[in-house]
Design a binder for this molecule. Structure first.
Ligand SMILES: NC(=O)c1ccc[n+]([C@@H]2O[C@H](COP(=O)([O-])OP(=O)(O)OC[C@H]3O[C@@H](n4cnc5c(N)ncnc54)[C@H](O)[C@@H]3O)[C@@H](O)[C@H]2O)c1
Ligand SMILES: Nc1ncnc2c1ncn2[C@@H]1O[C@H](COP(=O)(O)OP(=O)(O)OP(=O)(O)O)[C@@H](O)[C@H]1O
Length: 297
């Protein structure tokens, strides 16, 4: 089996579990490819499977059956950009802090790899958001798993985001910015803006203003079949556009439209974890002490 690994540096505590993973892959005679920066981190720290090769951004991952993402949610968001339209299933291993998207903890790695080899898992299709801009801003990496956002950049003044749905005028948001989130992103930035949590398969976007200076303005749920377009205005001439963890400055004259990407991200889902259990354990919904003992996080 051909397996690619992307990752962020991890601390000493996680090292034995990652070594056990690499040994397991070696014993199974997997063909292992490791992202350049992570390989540099691993070299001289851990023993790699014989014949391990390295890949860089832009190298094709065609033929790879699974991608392991080792780090936190930020690493998983980055991994999605490496996989792109190939839609290779991604298994998120969590050596970080929250791990909302990357759900496999180090003590469950061996079980997860065994499940991969036996086919004992489900694939969760997660929609992506795509942004098209004129002039071009994000190049070929113009899609994200969580959200697209427009944000003020270098003044304390608000910005005005004139927003249209399928060409029809929606509103002009006077705010610090505006977020358009996928169902996956509904538990990220959008949640901090008062947006609702959406289950992964709900085929919608959330349009959520960041600190709107109009108390009547609320986050709005829109079909992901719609095209949402924007014009930006404000005292500054320069703003920030962001897709997940990536952000770039733009001039106010930029034309922006977002829509659902034609391909999805595919996350490997093992039996013991699902979106609902993650809400209870990672967003602490399950910590209500009034719940009867025995109800599981
Ligand atoms: N005020 C905010 O809440 C705020 C501000 C900026 C970015 N973000 C989120 O951070 C994401 C980028 O992640 P990063 O790790 O590169 O940045 P980061 O280092 O700023 O960390 C953001 C935190 O959000 C968590 N997170 C990311 N995606 C999530 C999701 N879908 N559901 C629940 N939690 C999630 C991460 O685990 C991390 O703890 C963005 O896509 C955005 O959703 C949130
Ligand atoms: N050089 C480093 N050495 C040790 N740990 C690191 C280093 N760089 C990143 N990390 C840790 O790796 C983890 C994963 O980073 P990542 O950006 O993927 O996570 P995150 O988006 O903060 O999500 P989460 O909150 O789920 O960890 C983080 O906890 C971060 O502290």
């Amino acid at each position: 089996m051909k397996i690619a690994i992307l990752g962020k540096p991890f601390d000493d505590e996680a090292a034995p579990a990652i070594q056990a993973l690499l040994d397991d892959l070696a014993a199974r005679k997997a063909e292992v490819l490791i992202g350049e920066a992570f390989r540099t981190f691993l070299d001289n720290r851990l023993r790699l499977p014989e014949g391990t090769t390295e890949f860089r951004r832009g190298d094709s991952l065609r033929g790879v059956q699974y991608v392991l993402s080792i780090g936190g949610d930020g690493t998983l968001l980055d991994t999605v950009t490496y996989v792109g339209s190939l839609q290779i299933p991604i298994l998120g291993i969590h050596t970080g802090r929250l791990g909302f998207l990357a759900t496999i903890t180090p003590d469950r790695i061996a079980q997860a790899i065994d499940a991969l080899y036996k086919g004992h898992f489900n694939i969760e299709e997660r929609s992506l958001i795509r942004v098209d801009t004129d002039p071009d801003v994000f190049g070929s990496l113009n899609f994200g798993l969580n959200e697209f956002s427009v944000l003020k950049r270098d003044t304390s003044s608000m910005i005005v985001v004139h927003t249209y749905i399928d060409g029809e005028y929606l509103n002009s948001y006077w705010a610090d910015g505006l977020v358009v989130a996928t169902p996956t992103g509904s538990t990220g930035y959008s949640l901090s803006c008062g947006g609702p949590v959406m289950l992964p398969q709900t085929n919608n976007f959330i349009i959520a203003p960041v600190c709107p200076h109009n108390l009547n303005v609320r986050p709005l749920v829109v079909s992901d079949q719609s095209v949402i377009s924007f014009e930006i205005e404000g005292r500054s001439t320069s703003y920030m556009l962001a897709l997940d963890s990536r952000s770039l400055p733009v001039e106010a004259s930029v034309q922006i439209a977002v829509r659902r990407e034609t391909f999805n991200a595919r996350l490997v889902k093992l039996n013991h974890v699902n979106f609902l259990s993650t809400l209870r354990s990672k967003l602490n919904w399950g910590l209500d002490r009034r719940n009867p003992a025995g109800i599981q996080l």
